[in-house]
Design a protein around this ligand. Sequence first.
Ligand code: COI
Length: 359
Amino acid sequence: MDYKISIERTKHSRLAEVDFNNIPFGKVFADHMFVADFDGKQWNNFSIRPLERLPFHPATMAWHYGQAIFEGMKASVSSEGIPLLFRPEDHARRFNTSAQRMCMPAFPTDLFVEALSRLVWLDRDWIPRNEESALYIRPVMMATDEFVGVRSSDTFKMMIMNLPSGPYYAKPVSLLVEEKYVRAVDGGVGEAKAAGNYGASLYPTKLAKEKGYDQVIWMDAHEFKYIQEVGTMNIFFVLKGRVVTPNLSGTILKGITRDSLITLMREKGYTVEERPVTMEEILAAYKKGDLLEAFGAGTAAVVAHVDRIGYKGEDLLLDQRNWELSRSLKEEINGIRSGRIQDRHGWIHPVIVEESVAV
Ligand code: COI
């Protein structure tokens, strides 16, 4: 479908203020944003314009009942200067799966990709050149009715912003197996990228940090036996002869990086088992010397090496001399994203927008 997106370029670019050799994750915003409104029947008012603060009524429903979802995506730039989006349609589909679970309207997939493409094109000079960095893209949808009773909002706002970003984790991460609090239960919203999932993770994560760990490993809510995910990423364990990762049971996020890495590992000949994984099994493998690597996978984190896992008062220490697979995966996925390694899977969406259309 042909969507009319109005475009207003900034007159005061902040690009010159950015130190591309030192961009902390999540703090630096590119010049433009995309905004659309849902009026109860359809999406309207598609605009790309200078990033600005938006005025909201204190009764805006998203603040009260958490009807808010988001996505995390990345764009890199090829050596010829062409912006490259990574699996944008898969992100659009996941956004709509989250929307459905949170009783929110679907956002047309083709409009999602078109809005992203035009926004990234306009902000293309903000895409970091360094392969470890990228333009992090944050689509978000929120309930905007001004109403204080509990029901689904009729109106919504969808926004997309761009953030040039360095690595989410600059060094290997330590994880504490969480044995009191839970992230998701069967039938809950664990699979959705719902804002509340992250809000609920903050207190247990703070406690883990006080104990000297970076993040928690979430366990199943019934027995605290099966591993789910880490707050910001999916998790993989490399054992001698195979790689194991929790299956998509409805309680964990359907990671697009997770899916991409599984594909790459299988192509390299690794046996990757997606199935329920118990912490006892990982501990037993560690004690036998069979646990070689653990790593997280996510858009922001890409591939995050794990150097320590705290479980029942014991620390499982992972020797970085064994991190061959996670290192090669990180190199390959970053290479595919930046166009240095050939995209054999149709994951890369090059962005070329005619200037006459773009402004
Ligand atoms: C992502 O990896 O994109 C995420 O959304 C994780 C985190 C930054 C919230």
